[in-house]
Design a protein around this ligand. Structure first.
Ligand code: HEM
Ligand SMILES: [Cu+2]
Length: 644
């Protein structure tokens, strides 16, 4: 690469930042690993806020006919709880994993567009701050995360913040989706064919395609909602010829794929963890991969199962009942493959393994209650009751969140070089499993007994049994709080003083464990060449005559070296940059302006964003770029590849 075009000597505001440590290194970073860590810690904050909101809900419903909070506060609490858990916790926590792991697992040094990656993070953070600022500015969204019209276009609703806020978060996810798709398609290490990709990469690819196709739909719907709420358009207002059912179609055409956007990354994570702690390869690799892709496709064809009680007609009901039942097939295939992966394996019940088994079992319960929704007469009975709430929490909490937490324990040593405490981890798991089932299990029953969802007061006429179930649910939340504190304590203590782990503490199978823990800035000294699925495992083990794995002495598996060595070559890593942050800041005046509408703020925001955009385009590479790290001692961190 040529020398940078900026004049040497004095640094101007236009030179690129160079800090490698400290605060400014974080706000200017383009390193996928640092960005992943930033996502993770931001998620923890929003998870806390979403948890507080669920506390409000459960406190209010702990007894019948209570009035701890007003209905208005209650509506804001469950709406922001849903928005937070979906858009500010589960999705960005998946993004944290995409960021940290995709380049490492495919043997790349970073994502395809590192500055765009930083942009995605800032849009996420600012979208979340924007949504939460609504509490201080007259009231948070209060029309549920589904934002059904005509309620959402009514002036008593605070849904303008929803219309703009979710849009910002959508921009973040869309940019990230493009980035990860290009990264996976173009930047895999030599030899890593599709059928040699780790399963997490497969599921990430499907997830990001789902995002790419689903987010534009909600973007269109939100634009229309915004025109209704802010500019007085009439898309969804039945009084003036608008159609509220149109909102439902648009929302759920995004909303059901969104469900799989939340669950597929967790499916990818447990597909990595179960084989490692069963000491067997993933059973039915191709079936698991294609079932994931099939779920992605069918997921776009089932949206109207959320609308069985709307006026969509009997033909549509039958068609969507069928497609909904059909999606249980690939889901079932995956569940059987996970079980067969463990079958006959040498199981090690570490914390990540426990959470993965928890995922498989809790997700199965949620999937089964999902099948009962697909039966139209059942659905008419269950719709908008706590039975549905039980169902989707088994899927999203018992499923997605259990899987993601398994991933946190599993990859923690890769990120920090230290192990989390197993003792505290197991305490976390068992209290989490107990608290979860105590909170959401009884909701199946109270829902079937007629408890409606999204109502501020538990009606006393439902009777003492329903009241008892609700009391149990609220106690369950207390167990979950204790459990979350154990987790946080474990996290903090282990970051500071966990046992040193070495690069490969679990005897793992995939490429990220080949790099150091924590990985160097440039991930790999030498980009590995791939000749197997589970490449890293095959570098460590050969088979004896009976087909049993025998360890290959370190440094002996020469045939897997790529025969070519970058030693002494310069490794060019992307330079840090201010511009993603600068450009994103312009979305604040724009977004608040759009709520008003306040035209001067809108104009300031648009101009700011355009300036940021051009600053980004013309930004030079850093001075002295040629001085980037030269690999001094490549053998120090290479395991399994012999020195020449
Ligand atoms: C895979 C992860 C899944 C997630 C995250 C999920 C999530 C949700 C959510 C959030 C709702 C509430 C909709 C509302 O507010 O009206 C819901 C309802 C529903 N789910 Fe799922 N679900 C999942 C899987 C399934 C499966 C496997 C099926 C069927 C085989 C299914 C069928 C349904 C149906 C039919 C409804 C409508 C219930 C009603 O309108 O009363 N879901 N789901
Ligand atoms: Cu659905």
């Amino acid at each position: 690469m040529s020398h940078s075009t900026t004049t040497t000597g004095r640094r101007s505001v236009f030179s690129r930042p160079t800090a490698e440590t400290g605060f400014s290194s974080w706000i200017t970073t383009t390193d996928h690993k640092k960005i992943g860590i930033m996502y993770f810690f931001t998620v923890l904050v929003f998870f806390f806020l979403g948890g507080v909101e669920s506390g409000v809900i459960r406190a209010q419903l702990a007894q019948a006919e209570q009035s701890l909070v007003t209905p208005e506060i209650y509506n804001q609490a469950f709406t922001m709880h849903g928005i937070t858990m979906v858009f500010l916790v589960v999705m960005p926590l998946s993004a944290a994993f995409f960021n940290y792991l995709i380049p490492l697992q495919i043997g790349a040094r970073d994502v395809a567009f590192p500055r765009l990656n930083a942009f995605s993070y800032w849009m996420y953070l600012f979208g979340g701050i924007f949504l939460y600022s609504s509490f201080l500015l007259g009231g948070a969204p209060n029309g549920s995360w589904v934002g059904y019209a005509p309620l959402s276009i009514d002036s008593v609703s605070n849904m303008a913040f929803y219309a703009v806020g979710i849009q910002l978060l959508g921009v973040s996810s869309l940019a990230a989706a493009v980035n990860f798709i290009v990264t996976i398609l173009n930047m895999r290490a030599p030899g890593m064919t599709f059928m040699r990709m780790p399963m997490f990469i497969w599921m990430s690819l499907v997830t990001n395609f789902l995002l790419l196709f689903a987010l534009p739909i909600i973007a269109v719907a939100l634009f229309m909602l915004q025109f209704d709420t802010v500019f007085g358009a009439q898309f969804f207002n039945p009084a003036t010829g608008g159609d509220p059912i149109l909102w439902q179609h648009l929302f759920w055409l995004f909303g059901h794929p969104e469900v799989y956007i939340m669950i597929l990354p967790a499916m990818g994570i447990v597909s990595e963890i179960l084989p490692v702690f069963s000491r067997k390869p993933l059973f039915g690799y191709a079936a698991v991969a294609f079932a994931g892709a099939a779920i992605g496709f069918i997921g776009f064809g089932v949206w109207a199962h959320h609308m069985f009680t709307s006026s969509i007609g009997p033909v549509a009901r039958s068609a969507f009942a069928l497609s909904t039942m059909f999606i249980a097939v690939p889901t079932g295939i995956k569940i059987f493959n996970w079980v067969f992966t463990m079958w006959g394996g040498k199981l090690r019940f570490t914390t990540p393994m426990l959470f993965s088994i928890g995922f498989v079992s809790m997700f199965t319960i949620g999937g089964l209650s999902g099948v009962t929704h697909s039966i139209v007469p059942h659905n008419a009975q269950q719709h908008d009751t706590y039975y549905v709430v039980a169902h989707f929490h088994y899927v999203l909490f018992g499923g997605a969140l259990f899987g993601l937490i398994a991933g946190i324990y599993y990859w923690f040593p890769k990120v920090t070089g230290r192990l989390m405490s197993e003792r505290l981890g197991k305490a976390h798991f068992w209290t989490w499993l107990l608290g979860f089932n105590l909170t959401f299990g009884p909701m199946h029953m109270s829902g079937l007994l007629g408890q409606p969802r999204r109502t501020a007061v538990l009606p006393g006429e439902l009777g003492g049994t329903v009241e008892l179930y609700n009391l149990l649910s609220s106690l369950g939340l207390l167990v979950l709080v204790v459990s979350a504190l154990i987790f946080l304590y474990n996290l903090v203590v282990s970051i500071k003083s966990g046992v040193a782990s070495g690069p490969d503490p679990w005897d793992a199978r995939t490429l990220e464990w080949l790099s150091a823990s924590p990985p160097k800035h440039y991930n790999f000294d030498v980009i590995p060449t791939i000749s197997h699925r589970d490449e890293f495992w095959h570098r460590k083990y050969a088979e004896d005559e009976a087909g049993r794995p025998v360890a290959v002495p370190a440094g002996a598996s020469e045939e897997h070296g790529d025969g070519h060595d970058d030693r002494g070559e310069h490794i060019h890593m992307p330079d840090p940059s201010y511009w993603p942050l600068v450009m994103c800041l312009g979305f604040f005046p724009l977004a608040y302006g759009l709520i008003g509408p306040i035209w001067p703020a809108i104009i300031v925001g648009v101009v700011w964003i355009i300036i940021g955009y051009f600053g980004w385009i013309i930004e030079p590479v850093a001075e002295g770029d040629d001085d980037d790290p030269v690999v001094e001692d490549p053998d120090a961190h290479r395991s399994g590849v012999a020195a020449h």
